[in-house]
Every structure is written in structure tokens, then in C-alpha cells.
Design a protein around this ligand. Structure first.
Ligand code: UDP
Ligand code: MG
Length: 312
């Protein structure tokens, strides 16, 4: 019998987690010929998530949980889940039921047809502010322009993967993990399921605008070095322009003699160039900072507690 690991990152989901498990098992209990394991990763929640998970796992032996020593972020939780999954397939799912469990049935069907992965994309960003969906639209457009790998608009983290693909994903050892990019980077055949997105059932989203902005920068810097090239190009263009301006001024002085005015234009140029230089240094800094963190080789997360017995 094939085994499916359902990986659920949980951060302050105390209100949701039991409801999630009830709803998800309603679906998975009906699926025959597969065994399911639930891997709940408590990402340093500050509410009663851990207690709820502990109790739930005592009553249901298909639940394994891992609890972090602090909040390490959803990407770290996904990584921990994948590393500790034993299934032939793994499904990544949010705890807030925005990822409808009924789709697992379709996912299994497609993956048995021979796909390595079945991913989902939202067609209607229901329950999200206009500003946020515009922001995300622009982000995907921009990202695809400058990135070497395609990133599908509306793609969510809700996806099923084969063991082979999971192993490939785990081979990528970067500290700053941008899963949406990683899943594309490893390749393999992916089938895209579309679904209408639903509102979060309980609790609230963990994403602030600042958080989303940081995530967007992560997506760009993790999968593209184009920003570095853009700053070189801008530098080149400005150098050529200033050389032409130099030639022009030189000739003007020779032909028409000395010319005093030019205070305003000098200030404009100094501030303009200063600004561009700082932006360019900032861009280099983004890459350098990531290199620095990567070189330190710190673990992506620390597990403080788990109910998994040591088998060896
Ligand atoms: N999550 C997490 N760590 C974090 C933030 C979120 O594990 O630091 C989990 C959260 O519990 C949920 C999933 O990631 O299961 C998606 O979070 P959320 O619903 O807040 O994101 P949204 O659906 O608004 O994009
Ligand atoms: Mg959500």
C-alpha cells in the first residue's frame, strides 16, 4: 500500500488545527488503497497550537508532529516536513483550509497517471484586498521577466510530489528557501489543477504587507542575478552619457570661453548619481548578505519536541 505524507506548517493555528484534521481526514479516510500520515510542524506558535497538536496526536496515531524552538518561517516548516516524510508521495497544505482537502483525490489520480507533481493555482483571489491581488499580479509579472525559471501566477504551495521529486528538492541546500522557485527549478512534469480560492476559515493571515514585500525580494534574489546586471548596465549608460557631456562642455569652453552658471545642474547630478550608487550597493548587499548567511551553514530550523520514536 502506498503511503501519502500530508505536511502542514502551523503557526498560531490553535483555533484551526483540530478543524483542519477533521476536515482533511473526512476526505482521506474515504480514499482506499492509500495510507495517510499527517506531519504537523509547529513553527514556534505563541498560542495553544502545540498543546492542541499534542492532544490530537495522542488520540490519532496517524499524526506525527515536530515542534520548532522558535518561529523559523513557513519555508523552514515545509523543509522539516519534507525531510521527515516517509510517504511515496507528499502533499504540502496550509492549516487554514484555504487549500481544499478534496483536491487530494484529483492529485492522486493525476500523479498515478505518471506526473511527478500535481500543483495548484488559484483562479480567483477571493477574500483578498484589491491592492493585494494587484501587488501579487505585478510581482509575478516582474519576477518572470527577470528570472531564469518560470513562476506560474497564482501558484500556491499546495502540491503533491513524488518521492523522486522530494529527494531532488531536499538536495537543494540553500538557507533562503523560496519554494515556488525551487519546485520549478528541479524540473519534472507538473500537472496544474485550478481551484477557486476560499476564505481562511478561522484565525488570521500571518502576512503583513512588509512580510509580502520581503517575500517578493526573496523570490527575486533567490532565483535571479539580473538585478546585479541591471546595475552594471545603468552604470555603463551613465558613464557613456557623462563622457559625452564632458566632451560637450570641453568644446563649449574652447569655442565660447568660460561659463560660470551650473550650480543647480551640479547638485542634481551629484544627488542623482549618489542615489544610483547607493541602490547598486544595496543590490550587491542583498546578494552578499545571503552568501554570508549561507556560508555560516546554520541549520534552517531547530526541533525542540517531536512524538516520533527513534527507530534506530
Ligand atoms: N505559517 C508558518 N509559519 C509562519 C507563517 C505561516 O508555518 O511563520 C503557516 C500557517 O500556519 C499556515 C500557512 O503557513 O498553515 C499559510 O499561512 P497563512 O494562511 O497565514 O498565509 P496566506 O494563506 O494568507 O498566504
Ligand atoms: Mg492562508
Amino acid at each position: 500500500m502506498k503511503k501519502v505524507s500530508i505536511i502542514v506548517p502551523c503557526y498560531n493555528e490553535g483555533k484551526m488545527i483540530e478543524l483542519f484534521y477533521t476536515e482533511a481526514t473526512k476526505i482521506t479516510n474515504k480514499i482506499e488503497n492509500y495510507e495517510f500520515e499527517y506531519i504537523l510542524v509547529n513553527d514556534g506558535s505563541k498560542d495553544n497550537t502545540l498543546q492542541t497538536i499534542r492532544e490530537l496526536s495522542r488520540k490519532n496515531n496517524d499524526i506525527k508532529y515536530y515542534s520548532f524552538s522558535r518561529n523559523f518561517g513557513k519555508e523552514a516548516a515545509i523543509l522539516a516536513g519534507l525531510r521527515n516524510s516517509e510517504g511515496d508521495y507528499a502533499v504540502l497544505m496550509d492549516a487554514d483550509l484555504q487549500h481544499p482537502p478534496r483536491l487530494i483525490v484529483d492529485m492522486l489520480e493525476k500523479i498515478e497517471e505518471g506526473y511527478d507533481s500535481v500543483a495548484t493555482k488559484r483562479v480567483d483571489r477571493h477574500g483578498e484586498s484589491k491592492f493585494r491581488s494587484l501587488f501579487s499580479k505585478l510581482f509575478f509579472k516582474f519576477l518572470n521577466k527577470i528570472s531564469d525559471i518560470p513562476i506560474i501566477e497564482g501558484a500556491t504551495d499546495f502540491r503533491m510530489m513524488s518521492r523522486q521529486m522530494i529527494n531532488s528538492v531536499l538536495e537543494l541546500s540553500e538557507y533562503h528557501r523560496f519554494s515556488k522557485g525551487i519546485f520549478e527549478w528541479v524540473g519534472y512534469d507538473t500537472y496544474w489543477l485550478e481551484y477557486i480560492s476560499e476564505d481562511r476559515v478561522l484565525g488570521e493571515t500571518k502576512w503583513s504587507y512588509l512580510g509580502l514585500f520581503k517575500y517578493a525580494i526573496e523570490g527575486i534574489v533567490s532565483f535571479s542575478t539580473t538585478p546585479l546586471r541591471i546595475s552594471s548596465i545603468i552604470g555603463g549608460v551613465i558613464s557613456v552619457l557623462s563622457f559625452l557631456y564632458f566632451v560637450l562642455t570641453f568644446l563649449q569652453t574652447i569655442i565660447y570661453g568660460k561659463d560660470l552658471p551650473g550650480y543647480a545642474s551640479t547638485i542634481c547630478l551629484i544627488t542623482f548619481l549618489g542615489g544610483i550608487q547607493l541602490v547598486a550597493i544595496g543590490i550587491i548587499g542583498e546578494y552578499l548578505a545571503r552568501t554570508y548567511i549561507q556560508v555560516k551553514g546554520r541549520p534552517n530550523y531547530i526541533i525542540k519536541e517531536t512524538n516520533k520514536q527513534n527507530e534506530d
